[in-house]
Design a protein around this ligand. Structure first.
Ligand code: FAD
Length: 467
């Protein structure tokens, strides 16, 4: 141990001589991407997604104030008509140069039933607004994603999920919705009324119409204990099955180029409230970036540095209502690919992904996220019909992410993965048709509701129309 450490330190000295040069290279690479014009030549304002992977200059922007207005708009507006939530999808679901629709005017809790635990909610409600509004009526969403900036419609249209073996993605809690269609109707859809639309459009990529209202099946407010700890990564990988059985919600991150991982658990508790502290993940990620900048081409030294940065860091504990703890702040901008695999393939795929990154992509420093999701029956849900384990790889927003498609995606596909609808992937119609047993039925419903293809932008055409 001592010898290894000394050797590494000596090696470090040698590498340090070159480190200044390498860091200089990184400083050069670490430039802000060029900004796009805020207004185009026709005077149209820029729309850009959170990750700055997509943009457009829509000629018209509208925010209907009622479901009927949304239906009228869809019937009369120039296509492509695209809906936007919080713009947090990485894929090109939203861009349109014609009509961009926001549901900001249809938001908030509209009513509730205390006996059933259900609430009726405007489709444009942001998850961060929904938490306190539901809490005021004694309810909370059963689970939440890693952040809560999304709108309810935007989140459910892409199958947004949190983690926990017993928890479906967010759309699993939707028991009814109202959908304004390009035919000019407003359909109320649930398991017995318009059931095919209910099944096809619940996760619908904004390709079936404008969601205006949801009825959600919520849970009673629950106090949970959140524990964030750093653990040897092999312990997390080997213990993943057991961890999922022992904790209500559990996920872990593999910290690349280190022997460590971060474990996050949430369990119900009656212990007294201990509010969460400030976000420390961002500082941690920037420390990993610094180790990358200095030791990108000195892998043993990078492992050594990261291991020493991480070892001995204390656990963080917070106790509060679930809606206050399940989501996090993620101010660090990144690009992401995430696939949902049959649960039994998750760990084998993870090992291949980590190995590929550590062999071929020394520029990666953001941890690799590992979660689990229960199955559901929405026809276009990535979790449809199977217990799933997800794997997400991130790239810092200033770094190249083409390796998602050449290095990571082939591994995830070879293990039977389905991509997250809102995250980067290269799949087209035929690929999706092979992954979703109800694909053709779902698209038949879509074509019936939108015969002129008014909702299809170029990306959705590639995905939903055989090319
Ligand atoms: C930092 C970050 C963290 C993330 N964490 C997670 C996570 O933990 N888990 C996860 O699963 N995903 C996660 N995502 C992905 C994100 O949840 C999804 O991409 C989600 O769709 C974004 O919601 P949004 O409100 O921004 O919708 P947008 O991205 O604006 O839109 C998404 C889709 O919904 C459609 N849409 C919006 N409103 C309507 C409407 N009223 N009617 C019909 N269609 C509509 C749009 O047309 C589009 O097709 C994360 C993304 C980021 C940037």
């Amino acid at each position: 141990m001592g010898t290894t450490r000394r050797a590494l330190l000596i090696g470090g000295g040698v590498v340090a001589a070159g480190a200044a040069g390498l860091a200089g290279r990184r400083v050069w690479l670490d430039r802000e991407p060029p900004a796009l014009p805020v207004i185009d030549r026709s005077g149209h304002l820029l729309w850009q997604n959170w990750a700055a992977t997509e943009h457009a200059y829509p000629a018209t922007r509208v925010s209907p104030a009622s479901p009927d207005e949304a239906a009228h708009l869809l019937r009369t507006a120039k296509g492509p008509v695209r809906m936007v939530g919080a713009g947090h999808s990485f894929t090109a679901l939203v861009p349109t140069d014609a009509t961009l629709v926001s549901l900001d005017n249809l938001s908030g809790v509209l009513g509730h039933d205390a006996a059933t635990g259900r609430a009726s909610v405007g489709a444009g409600t942001r998850l961060y607004d929904l938490g306190p509004q539901l809490a005021a009526i004694g309810q909370e969403m059963p689970n939440l994603p890693d952040i809560n900036k999304q709108t309810l419609a935007g989140a459910t249209q892409t199958g947004t999920h949190g983690t926990g073996r017993g928890f479906t993605a967010l759309h699993g809690g939707i028991v009814e919705f109202d959908l304004a269609t390009p035919r000019g109707e407003v359909l109320t859809c649930n398991a017995t009324s318009n059931p095919e639309v209910f099944n096809a459009a619940r996760v619908g990529l904004g390709a079936f119409g404008i969601m205006t209202r949801f009825t959600m099946q919520n849970h009673a407010l629950t106090r949970v204990k959140k524990v964030t700890s750093l653990r040897p990564r092999e312990e997390l990988i080997e213990g993943w099955d057991d961890l999922q059985r022992r904790h209500r919600n559990v996920e872990f991150y593999v910290i690349p180029f280190s022997h460590w991982g971060q474990l996050i658990t949430h369990d119900e508790t009656t212990e007294p409230v201990r509010p969460r502290g400030p976000d420390t993940d961002t500082k941690g990620a920037m420390d990993l970036k610094q180790a990358r900048d200095l030791f990108e081409f000195a892998t043993p030294l990078r492992f050594w540095t990261a291991d020493h940065l991480i070892a001995g860091m204390p656990d963080q504990v917070a106790i509060d209502q679930g809606w206050k703890l399940l989501s996090n702040e993620r101010p660090l901008r990144f690009r992401e690919i995430e696939y949902h695999l049959p649960r039994e393939n998750q760990i084998a795929a993870l090992r291949e992904v980590v190995d590929a990154i550590e062999r071929h992509r020394p520029d990666v420093f953001i941890p690799i996220e590992v979660r689990s999701i229960a199955p559901d029956d929405a026809w276009l849900s990535s979790f449809q019909g199977r217990e799933s384990g997800s794997i997400a790889v991130h790239a810092y927003y200033k770094d190249d992410y083409q390796f998602f498609y050449t290095l990571i995606e082939p591994i995830l596909r070879s293990h039977g993965g389905r991509p997250h609808w809102g995250k980067l992937n290269s799949l087209k119609y035929d690929d999706f048709a092979a992954l979703y047993p109800r694909w053709k039925e779902a698209l038949a419903v879509r074509d019936h509701l939108d015969p002129e293809g008014k909702l299809l932008n170029p990306y959705l055409t590639r995905v939903l129309r055989r090319g």
